[in-house]
Design a binder for this molecule. Structure first.
Ligand SMILES: *Cc1c(COP(=O)(O)O)cnc(C)c1O
Length: 365
């Protein structure tokens, strides 16, 4: 049975968007490709609230994260984390022989301006990474507050993982002074998996020029210079069908209206949080709880795989907790084009499943 996805990516994609991917293929060195890619980039600038250059990558978001830490760290990276994806930047730095230190938030809490100030004021770092919305813990970091600290360090390149927020939670790149922001297609933008997008500032590009070994496929400088030289063409063959779908879906996002889209996500999050608090507890402090994914503490000790199996029989899928939070938490994704009605259906089904099964069946092994 086809399941409605309430996982934090990939998300359900609307039929009409999927259909765009069946359009006849065009050559990637044609004016038509330039027009398509230029058009997409201009639309994405509006979604990122930026005049910075947009880079499209035929890869998932992880690839551009690795490309960014490699292309922009000269001295040492300060990696801030509230969960798995935050810490991933640190692993990437290590594996690429880039000097880095990892700073973790308190469990269930946001990264604070004080933490950042303490680290940057040492003068040891020339790059900082922040996860806007940590999809494992369900935490959204206070970007305006963090920006007011980071802005005082103009030599530091600020990289943001916006993978599970851009298109669902407002993030004004230029106002905040974010140098690099990365998003994947399959989360809040409501597209299939397969492409990643980054905005990149001139300041970051100047930094990349000072770094000798940046790789090739994910080298931001090579990507940047190629699109400038070729009128928005790419260094290799991009996923053209995804571009058709993206171009089309971005227009659908504008017809909903960005502010309406952010409000809808607030409303979805409120619904899930109220439901979760009736039965369980939230993993994140409510003041920093995410509007696109809710991580719920499994306070009833349920067998989450069994819960998901029961939901699956009814046509729904949610997510277990990630890595060390597996079974201790579970997650409900409420992003992209998910409507209030669709979410209500899921919550009603969860109530039905939780209410009708024998208690002992639920006990975790
Ligand atoms: C999903 C996710 C990633 C990884 O993105 P991929 O597109 O799967 O590579 C990174 N960071 C966050 C916050 C995510 O939610």
């Amino acid at each position: 049975m086809q399941k409605k996805l309430f996982i934090p990516g990939p998300v359900d994609v609307r039929e009409d968007v999927l259909e765009q991917m069946t359009r006849p293929i065009i050559g990637h060195r044609t004016n038509a490709a330039s027009d398509l890619q230029r058009g997409i980039s201009e639309k994405l600038q509006k979604i990122f609230y930026t005049d910075n250059t947009i880079i499209l990558s035929t890869s998932s978001g992880t690839a551009l994260m690795e490309g960014a830490i490699r292309s922009f760290t000269k001295k040492r990276a300060a990696v801030f984390s509230n969960g798995y994806f935050g810490t991933l930047w640190y692993k990437m730095a290590l594996y690429n022989n880039i000097e880095a230190d990892l700073f973790k938030s308190e469990k269930g809490e946001a990264i604070t301006p004080d933490m950042v100030e303490k680290v940057l004021s040492t003068g040891k770092y020339d790059l900082i990474t922040i996860t806007h919305n940590e999809t494992t813990s369900g935490i959204t970091n206070p970007m305006e507050e963090l920006s007011s600290v980071i802005q005082n360090y103009p030599d530091v390149i600020w990289c943001v993982d916006g993978v599970s927020s851009i298109g669902g939670i407002k993030l004004e790149i230029d106002k905040l002074g974010v140098d690099v922001c990365i998003v994947s297609s399959q989360k809040c933008l409501g597209l299939p998996p397969g492409m990643a997008i980054a905005s990149v500032s001139e300041k970051a590009i100047e930094r990349a020029r000072q770094i000798e070994f940046r790789g090739y496929y994910l080298d931001f400088l090579e990507l940047y210079e190629t699109i400038k030289r070729t009128d928005y063409q790419y260094i290799s063959t991009p996923a053209i069908p995804m571009m058709f779908a993206m171009d089309y879906q971005l227009d659908k996002i504008f017809s909903e209206g960005l502010e309406n889209r952010f409000k809808r996500h607030e409303q979805l999050a409120d619904m899930v949080r109220s439901w979760a608090k009736k039965h369980f507890k939230l993993y994140a402090k409510e003041s920093c709880a995410s509007n696109t994914v809710t991580t719920i503490k499994n306070t009833l000790g349920l067998n989450i795989d069994l819960l998901n199996q029961r939901l699956g029989e009814r046509g729904f899928q949610i997510s277990n907790g990630y890595e060390d939070l597996k079974d201790k938490t579970f997650r409900i994704g409420h992003m992209a084009d998910c409507t209030v009605e669709e979410l209500q259906e899921l919550l009603d089904t969860l109530d039905e499943v939780l209410g009708c099964d024998l208690r002992e069946e639920w006990l975790a092994i």
